[in-house]
Design a protein around this ligand. Structure first.
Ligand code: SAM
Ligand code: SF4
Length: 329
């Protein structure tokens, strides 16, 4: 069996594929207020994406997550899902979305074979939502979440980025909503991937700090053993039986030693980390008449160059030139 193993013994089985850098929100922690998107011809076609996925599957990739920008803005996304679930070796195709277009698309995506869905929702008060997203849309996300459940997705997780000074008042209402509706909420620490370079360590509201607020305001939490070691989220359980709640702490508790992810940007660049400062140009191979073996070799080179850790907080840390919406979160 082929496997994508890096110099630290990490085996890579997950490929995050960005399908667009466009978005219908302008979250401050991800995008600039004024943005120039990639020209459409730079984006990989569905056929190109599927070819990369097939080569990657041959090298050991087993799961794919579609992201962006906002993936549901890519026309006929369900068609791409259909193509990807048919790739031999791919066991699951998932997506991360801001949920604004889920009401319209949930059913078609489920029918196409999309497995898991992560829906990003940082706030349930319109004022905070708008402050973070620079656009309105909370009601549409809530309708979209209901539509996703009705469409029968077996796993829907809600991801909330928490930022000190902005998110504190949202934590308890968000957790309350998820407890009432039996939804799996995960808090995610703010990473230095905003487009305007405004990130500062003092803005990171750690998972531990969020837990203090939750336990003080709602009740005790008990840690769970993570079932999947590649999963960055650490889940806790409400002691009163109110379900699970997770914490993804890339800044205060990096999980680089367990990382099994690779990325393909919308313009066809392989990356071995969100914080890569180097990219491997798969589009040049695809459009230059390169063979599948050349694509596979490029992917292996990308894996071989992976660093031990992102290094946030160390003096040598270098922010990548691209922001989150250009990489694919
Ligand atoms: N537009 C989709 C969405 O918002 O879910 C998919 C792309 S978005 C880049 C993927 C995830 O990255 C979202 O959950 C978003 O909140 C998160 N994200 C974006 N910028 C971030 C940052 N600087 N730090 C932590 N998470 C971030
Ligand atoms: Fe768009 Fe998602 Fe970035 Fe927000 S986090 S601007 S929804 S890509």
């Amino acid at each position: 069996m082929t496997a994508l193993v890096d110099g630290f013994g990490r085996i890579h089985t997950d490929l995050r594929i960005s399908v667009t850098d466009r978005c219908n929100l302008r979250c401050t922690y991800c995008m600039p207020a004024e943005v120039v998107f990639m020209p459409r011809e730079e984006l990989l076609s569905f056929e190109e994406i599927t070819r990369v996925a097939a080569v990657a599957a041959g090298e050991g990739i087993r799961t794919i997550r579609l992201t962006g920008g906002e993936p549901l803005l890519r026309r006929d996304l369900d068609g791409l899902v259909r193509m990807l679930v048919a790739v031999p070796g791919i066991e699951e195709v998932a997506a991360t979305t801001n949920g604004l277009l889920l009401a319209e698309q949930a059913e078609a995506l489920a029918a196409a074979g999309l497995g898991r869905l992560n829906v990003s929702l940082d706030a349930i008060r319109e004022e905070t939502f708008e402050k973070l997203a620079r656009r309105r849309g909370l009601d549409r996300v809530l309708v979209g979440l209901a539509a996703a459940r009705a469409a029968g997705f077996r796993s829907i997780r809600i991801n909330a980025v928490s930022i000190r000074g902005l998110s504190e008042a949202e934590i308890v209402p968000l957790a309350g909503l998820c407890r009432r509706e039996g939804r799996h909420l995960r808090f995610l620490e703010f990473m230095p991937l905003d487009a305007e370079g405004g990130w500062g360590a003092e803005q990171v509201l750690s998972g531990a700090a969020v837990r203090v607020i939750l336990e003080r305001e709602i009740g005790p939490l008990e840690p769970l053993e993570s079932a999947d070691p590649g999963q960055p989220a650490v889940d806790w359980r409400w002691a009163d039986g109110g379900g699970l709640i997770g914490f993804i702490d890339p800044v205060t508790s990096p999980f680089c030693d367990r990382c099994d992810r690779l990325r393909l940007t919308a313009d066809g660049q392989f990356r071995n980390c969100l914080f890569s400062t180097t990219e491997w140009d798969a589009r040049a191979v695809l459009r230059g008449g390169g063979s599948d073996e050349e694509l596979a070799a490029l992917l292996r080179a990308c894996v071989a160059a992976k660093r031990a850790a992102h290094g946030i907080g160390s003096p040598a840390f270098e922010r990548p030139a691209r922001a989150m919406y250009q990489i694919g979160g």
